[in-house]
Design a protein around this ligand. Structure first.
Ligand SMILES: NC(=O)C1=CN([C@@H]2O[C@H](COP(=O)(O)OP(=O)(O)OC[C@H]3O[C@@H](n4cnc5c(N)ncnc54)[C@H](O)[C@@H]3O)[C@@H](O)[C@H]2O)[C@@H](O)CC1
Ligand SMILES: [K+]
Length: 450
């Protein structure tokens, strides 16, 4: 499973607007359909490598893309069949159907499978789940490889409804832009490898996939403080905070202080007694304070969070520290990255509604903070509406302590100054790249190893 880096993600309605804008600026919708069909045909040609291809067409423009692909594949000499659910209903799809000179089989119990199927049944126009009979028939089709046109048919492209597709895709060809279903669970796991066919649609989307991880070389004039000084406040479980401090150094911070712990996993970390905490908060060189890892709710946490907020340093707030800071965050004026996992998010933002992207945006707007809503389909949202979707992340991160490492990486990126959203995005990208590099057997400590 994969998605292209830094790719635009649009809702179905924004996609239609982009399509209309493209048409208004001189590229006809029929030209867009030709480009979409050509992109699909190209991928099907390569995946089939000579094997027969079955194209399943629906009644709308998704089906239209399928007819175009069928025609182009046949022109290239491919062994291609078309089966349709119903006659085309849109003018574009009718025109595409009319140019397909071959037979059109019904999608019924007599339909013979093929090694490669192109799923052009429904795209962003799906308004309800597939009928049970159709879903059953598609599930029973013994195809080896499925290429989904735009989205696997049956999923809600906007990711608001959990409708499972009967034909999970090995490859999905996203048209014009990615859709939310490509990056949000449960739909994303059915999309396989997502490829973007731009087809000439210009969209300056504020919601995008994660960019490639940063590879920042320190400048030749860098010194330890210019690379970022971070302060990690330890609670009753100092191991978690120590992990965050070590992650901060590995992620590029020049200086890490671990306050409230007497030992640290790296000699380079300054571990010091908790009494120094107020003085450290007053040190203007501290570019970020990380608090929350290994620090359960209680009066001590409330006090330490309040001191961090009073210091006006940029903050990384994890776990119970998010709840402790919420009333002050809602007041506005703070620079913070919040890193809740699902349980913490629901506890802190019980009123957030919609899909995961909408909920993350609501939380960011409510707190004026950057929110990293963690999970296998991590979503990073800024109060100004920017979003980075981190699907598919790395499954090796599903282990204890990796959240502490992410908080530390956020501290490192934030401590250098600059935009907190960019810092959060860079930290997430670093975290995933590091996990992918380590792979099987990963424990959180490995992320901060050499
Ligand atoms: N966005 C773009 O720029 C482009 C989009 N194109 C294609 O157009 C697609 C969207 O086309 P449409 O808007 O025509 O929509 P779709 O082709 O996705 O489906 C619409 C049709 O399905 C019916 N329908 C919806 N839910 C159903 C259900 N559960 N069971 C049975 N029928 C159902 C509708 O009544 C309608 O007839 C995109 O996904 C893409 O494949 C391309 O042709 C070209 C460019
Ligand atoms: K489809």
């Amino acid at each position: 499973m994969s998605v292209p880096a830094d790719a635009p993600i649009l809702t179905s309605s924004a996609m239609r607007d982009a399509e209309a804008a493209c048409a208004a600026s001189g590229t006809s919708l029929s030209e867009l359909m030709d480009r979409a069909g050509a992109a699909v045909a190209d991928i099907a040609w390569r995946m089939a490598a000579g094997a027969p291809v079955l194209i399943l067409c629906g009644p709308g423009n998704n089906g239209g893309d399928g007819y175009v692909a069928a025609r182009l594949l046949r022109e290239r000499g491919a062994n291609v069949r078309v089966a349709a659910l119903a006659p085309p209903t849109t003018d574009l799809a009718k025109a595409a159907r009319a140019k397909w000179a071959g037979a059109v089989e019904p999608i019924d119990e007599t339909l013979a499978p093929a090694p490669v199927a192109v799923d052009a049944l429904f795209g962003v126009g799906l308004t309800r789940p597939l009928a049970a009979e159709l879903a059953g028939r598609l599930r029973a089709l013994a195809v080896r490889r499925v290429i989904a046109v735009d989205v696997p048919s049956g999923v809600d492209a906007d990711g608001e409804h959990d409708w499972a597709p009967p034909l999970p895709a090995h490859v999905t060809v996203a048209l014009g832009a990615l859709k939310r279903a490509h990056v949000l669970l449960p739909a994303a796991q059915h999309c396989g490898r997502v490829l973007l066919a731009g087809i000439g649609i210009v969209c300056d989307a504020t919601i995008r996939t994660l960019p490639r991880p940063p590879a920042p070389l320190p400048g030749v004039t860098s010194h330890k403080f210019s690379r970022g000084m971070m302060l990690v406040r330890a609670g009753p479980m100092p191991g978690a905070a120590a992990l965050a401090a070590a992650a901060g150094l590995r992620a590029g911070a020049g200086y890490a202080v671990l306050s409230g712990a007497d030992t640290a996993p790296l000699s380079a970390i300054i571990a010091e007694d908790g009494d120094h905490y107020p003085a450290r908060l007053g040190d203007k060189r501290v570019g970020a304070v990380v608090i929350g890892p290994g620090y359960p709710a209680g009066m001590a946490l409330d006090r330490d969070v309040a001191s961090a907020i009073d210091s006006a340093r940029p903050l990384v707030l994890d776990a119970a520290a998010i709840d402790a800071a919420l009333p002050r965050l809602r007041g506005g004026g703070l620079t913070a990255i919040l890193t809740p996992h699902e349980g913490e998010f629901v506890r802190a933002f019980p009123g957030a509604e919609g899909g995961k992207i909408d909920r993350a945006l609501a939380a960011a707007a409510e707190t004026g903070s950057v929110v990293i809503y963690k999970g296998a389909d991590t979503v990073i949202a800024a109060p100004d509406g920017r979003v980075a979707a981190a699907w598919p992340g790395s499954p090796w991160l599903a282990t204890a302590g990796t959240g502490d490492v992410l908080a530390g990486a956020c501290g490192a990126m934030l401590s250098r100054g600059g935009d907190p959203f960019d810092a959060a995005v860079q930290a997430a990208a670093w975290h995933i790249a590091r996990a992918a590099h380590i792979g099987p057997g990963l424990v959180a400590d490995d992320l901060v190893g050499e």
